[in-house]
Design a binder for this molecule. Structure first.
Ligand code: MG
Length: 384
């Protein structure tokens, strides 16, 4: 693309953690973007302020009171499915920063209408998997924004198929790495929300503490890079500076390093293939030490549960994701203990009936609903 051309950008989930940081990036390179649309779940007030600053053609609000948007010149899309409708509007890039399962319909809407997706929504690939990759023409129109996948994506550019032996996914280990099970009995939401290296929303921060985040990312990586599960290696790297890499046939590895700042993968995703300065600090090598350790799958069981669900495929990853969202919310609401999160998920996964192929929104939504209902029952049975 000609650098003098303005890129037409839509940001879904503009009032969330990814969206706010994306708008920071846009603010520092205002002349490079034309904002087509902004969407929020329910925070109409913030959406209104953003629309006044960035002058989008469209604003979309999924739920809540749209009254605050009345004075905007932008066209309004309201109600459930608003973000997915906005995603269909022609744009050069649709950044999907929606949290949770709701992001899948938006990814599908964007891809089906020929838009490229800068994807920060994990559930699109966890639940939609092969179907979404096919819609994205085997991934050419999906640019990963998750820091690890952006890192791996960058390490794989220009590599021939068959050259890669293994891909490397790093995990911070979360706030409880090194804890024993007995200590984990006591932890509450306030402890789980203290992430050592990343600033993120509450759901993903808890996922990081349980290692489910890395489990979901393993499933994502499988689809994005078309690699079998046993060629995806998770390592704990407490410093969160090396985000991912690839190990090649000759045994050498290429790693990607950057300070933990989501503006980097976001800017890579929305500027791709260009690389621009967004004011992030460069990696420091002066007094840095990097450590790599095996994950502790005996204490943090969610990683293996996720990999197993991914391998089984079909409805299983959809159920895994649904049950996890319910279990995490129950933990945040102090309904279940931290260590019960994998129990709830496992119990639901053990009861999955035959659902058929996950090749339409309807099929996936049906399974998602089933997973949530069953997880609610399981969480209630396990309530403290
Ligand atoms: Mg990540």
């Amino acid at each position: 693309m000609n650098p003098s051309e303005r890129r037409r950008l839509t940001i879904l989930g503009s009032t969330g953690s990814i969206g706010l940081q994306a708008l920071d990036v846009v603010r520092t390179h205002r002349d490079r973007f034309e904002i087509i649309g902004l969407s929020a779940n329910s925070d109409a007030k913030t959406l209104e302020q953003q629309a006044e600053e960035f002058k989008p053609d469209y604003v979309a609000l999924e739920s809540g009171d749209a009254g605050a948007l009345d004075d905007l010149r932008a066209a309004k899309i309201g109600g459930p499915g608003a973000a997915a409708t906005l995603a269909e509007v022609p744009a050069d890039v649709v950044l999907n920063g929606i949290v949770g399962f709701a992001g899948l319909a938006a990814t599908v809407g964007a891809l089906r209408n020929g838009n490229t997706v800068a994807l920060a929504n994990k559930e699109s690939l966890v639940a939609g998997g092969e179907w979404v990759m096919r819609l994205g023409a085997t991934g050419e129109r999906i640019i990963p924004v998750d820091s690890e996948h952006s890192a791996i994506f960058q390490c794989l550019i220009g590599r021939a198929e068959g050259e890669v032996r293994e891909i490397l996914l790093t995990a911070s280990g979360g706030p409880f790495f090194g804890y024993e099970k007995a200590e984990l009995l006591e932890v509450g939401p306030e402890d789980a929300l203290k992430h050592p290296t990343w600033r993120m929303g509450p759901k993903i921060t808890v996922d990081s503490a349980t290692m489910m985040n890395k489990g979901l990312e393993t499933i994502e990586a499988h689809h994005l890079f078309d690699v079998p599960y046993d060629e995806i290696r998770v390592v704990v790297h407490r410093q969160s500076v090396v985000h991912g890499g690839a190990v090649f046939e000759d045994g050498s590895a290429i790693l990607h390093a950057a300070l933990p700042d989501m503006r980097l993968p976001i800017s890579y995703g929305i500027f791709y293939p260009d690389r621009v300065d967004v004011g992030a600090k460069p990696v420091s090598f002066g007094a840095a030490s990097w450590t790599f350790e095996e994950p502790r799958n005996d204490v943090f069981r969610c990683l293996l549960l996720a990999a197993e669900a991914g391998r089984t495929g079909g409805a299983y990853p959809v159920v895994l994701n649904a049950a996890n969202e319910v279990a995490v919310q129950a933990f945040l609401d102090r309904g279940i203990q931290f260590l019960r999160i994998p129990n709830v998920i496992e119990e639901v996964l053990e009861a999955v009936p035959e659902f058929g192929a996950m090749e339409s929104m309807q099929a996936i939504v049906t399974v998602d609903r089933w997973g949530r209902e069953e997880a609610n029952k399981a969480a209630n049975r396990r309530a403290r």
